[in-house]
Design a protein around this ligand. Structure first.
Ligand SMILES: *[C@@H]1O[C@H](CO)[C@@H](O)[C@H](O)[C@H]1NC(C)=O
Ligand SMILES: *[C@@H]1O[C@H](CO)[C@@H](O)[C@H](O)[C@H]1NC(C)=O
Ligand SMILES: *[C@@H]1O[C@H](CO)[C@@H](O)[C@H](O)[C@H]1NC(C)=O
Ligand SMILES: *[C@@H]1O[C@H](CO)[C@@H](O)[C@H](O)[C@H]1NC(C)=O
Length: 471
């Protein structure tokens, strides 16, 4: 078939939720396997804004490819809408002379539509040959067991489906040793494209609600669509023909993504690891002690989380010191929960830490060289920023530097009593483009030499550097 794309508007006459002006774009090539890709738009986005994307996929695809853009009447896609949509697509294919075994059907969801799409595929895996999540992601823990091939494509400038959420989704199922994850990534490639935002596959604006949350894209729309269509094509070929070259190419892209996500995961793991200890609080205690030089090796700190105990310090016979610190991770209260939505991972708001003051540690490890610049809760929080910033990839740091978004660490609020300390929250406020952080401290007057600090969790800094500062 020569010439442009013939665009057919297909109005289904049957009653029910499947009703709609789905856009059916008929194939450009005739002699090849037939493939159908059904795209569910983001909530509130007209399906016509996906035409260029649908066409580009057809042009790139080596198959006789139908692109179908579902009409959701401007509403959010719901799981119960999908059977009717799939039915109407199959019905149309039947009219064109294809029986169900003569084509492969892929279901794709953009943004919030990604969730019903994955629910549908996990309930009816025989109905689809694979799913694609554009600017969306699989629910946590599902990646290992998902019953059909799945491709996740997002952008590092997506302010709605954030890169930090994608890292969160993966963190428990990706080992720290990068090479071990090949089989997982081969099965379910995850590709975060540099410069792409939430609206990068649309030739038009996102609804206001998403637009204000989204970061500006670095990539012109045509190039973003080309790039995403290319990856989509590769996934189709990998799935339909079990093509090893395509498999390898997706694996390479996924590994690149993993490199981008690694700092975010590392920050999260060091804040709270799987054994419920916090390397971050351990660092805080070591820095706060001010012990420098060889004697710093005589300090052994173990930082336990969510046990509300006073810290303990024990001198060992060999002259070393073991310190146990205890902290509580404070999460944001759960927002409204919706049965259809995956529970949002709760946000870590502050770390209530109980540490030893420098004087106390130095009194035990006397004859140490002492110093360092970390003397208050505020200083530890500043270190959180410096650490997170330096761990980020060059591209992330460059973008952040360009925003000139400052971050100011104010003098600690000194609580008079323990209960005052308990109640006064760590203050984190964004004013204009600047983040203001104020910690709360409480210091014991007794000889125990204990200080309580409200610490800024490093993942909050990640969120600021990677996304919020760019808005
Ligand atoms: C994958 O992650 C989920 C939680 O997100 C966890 O429950 C599960 O054990 C993990 N599976 C593997 C094999 O790591
Ligand atoms: C796909 O190809 C791999 C080799 O690349 C092979 O091991 C596997 O059995 C093939 N799967 C199918 C379903 O043909
Ligand atoms: C203190 O440290 C110095 C050098 O590190 C050493 O020569 C000296 O013997 C130490 N004194 C005591 C009392 O441990
Ligand atoms: C990041 O930037 C530094 C200098 O700013 C450079 O030395 C380093 O090679 C860069 N790393 C990458 C991976 O590009």
């Amino acid at each position: 078939m020569k010439g442009g794309v013939s665009l057919l508007l297909y109005l289904i006459s049957a009653l029910g939720v499947g009703n709609g002006r789905h856009i059916f774009m008929s194939p450009l090539v005739t002699r090849a396997r037939t493939v159908v890709i059904v795209i569910l738009p983001e909530t509130g986005v007209e399906n016509t804004l996906y035409r260029q994307f649908g066409e580009t996929i057809q042009k790139r695809s080596p198959y006789r490819t139908w692109s179908v853009i579902a009409d959701l009447h401007g509403k959010a896609a719901r799981l119960e809408d999908i059977p009717a949509i799939v039915w109407s697509v199959r019905d149309r294919l039947r009219e064109e002379g294809f029986t169900a075994d003569q084509y492969d059907l892929f279901l794709a969801g953009h943004g919030t539509s990604g969730l019903p799409v994955q629910l549908y595929a996990s309930i009816y895996p025989a109905e689809v040959d694979g799913i694609l999540l554009f600017n969306s992601y699989l629910r946590q823990g599902q990646i290992i067991t998902f019953p059909v091939p799945i491709l996740t494509i997002s952008g590092d400038l997506d302010g709605v489906t954030r890169i930090t959420q994608i890292a969160d989704m993966l963190i428990d199922n990706i080992s720290e040793d990068e090479n071990e994850d090949d089989s997982l990534l081969q099965m379910s490639p995850i590709i975060v494209i540099e410069g792409v935002n939430h609206g990068s596959i649309l030739t038009g604006e996102l609804p206001e609600y998403f637009k204000t949350a989204d970061v500006n894209s670095d990539l012109p729309i045509d190039r973003a669509i080309d790039k995403i269509s290319d990856i989509t094509r590769t996934f189709l070929v990998k799935t339909v023909d079990n093509d090893s070259g395509s498999k390898l190419s997706l694996l390479k892209e996924s590994r690149k993504t993993l490199t981008l996500l690694q700092p975010i995961m590392e920050i999260k793991r060091m804040t709270l690891d799987s054994t419920l200890k916090s390397t971050w609080v351990t660092y805080a205690q070591i820095w706060l002690s001010g012990i420098l030089g060889p004697n710093s090796a005589k300090m052994h700190v173990q930082s336990y989380v969510n046990r509300n105990l006073e810290p303990a310090l024990m001198e060992q016979l060999d002259g070393s010191v073991t310190i146990f610190t205890f902290s509580e991770m404070v999460y944001s209260k759960d927002d409204v929960t919706d049965d259809d939505m995956p529970p949002a991972s709760p946000r870590l708001m502050e770390i209530k830490s109980k540490l030893f003051k420098a004087e106390r540690v130095q009194a035990v490890l006397s004859n140490s060289s002492v110093g360092g610049s970390i003397k208050s809760c505020r200083d530890i929080n500043y270190a959180s920023f410096v650490y997170t910033y330096h761990l980020a990839q060059n591209i992330t740091r460059k973008r952040f530097d360009r925003t000139h978004s400052g971050i100011i660490f104010h003098e600690d609020i000194v609580a008079r009593t323990k209960s005052e300390w308990e109640q006064q929250k760590l203050l984190v406020e964004q004013r204009d483009n600047v983040l203001h952080v104020t910690s709360v401290s409480w210091t014991s007057t007794s000889s125990e030499g204990i200080v309580y600090c409200k610490l800024l969790p490093p993942p909050r800094i990640t969120e600021w550097i990677y996304v919020d500062s760019l808005l």
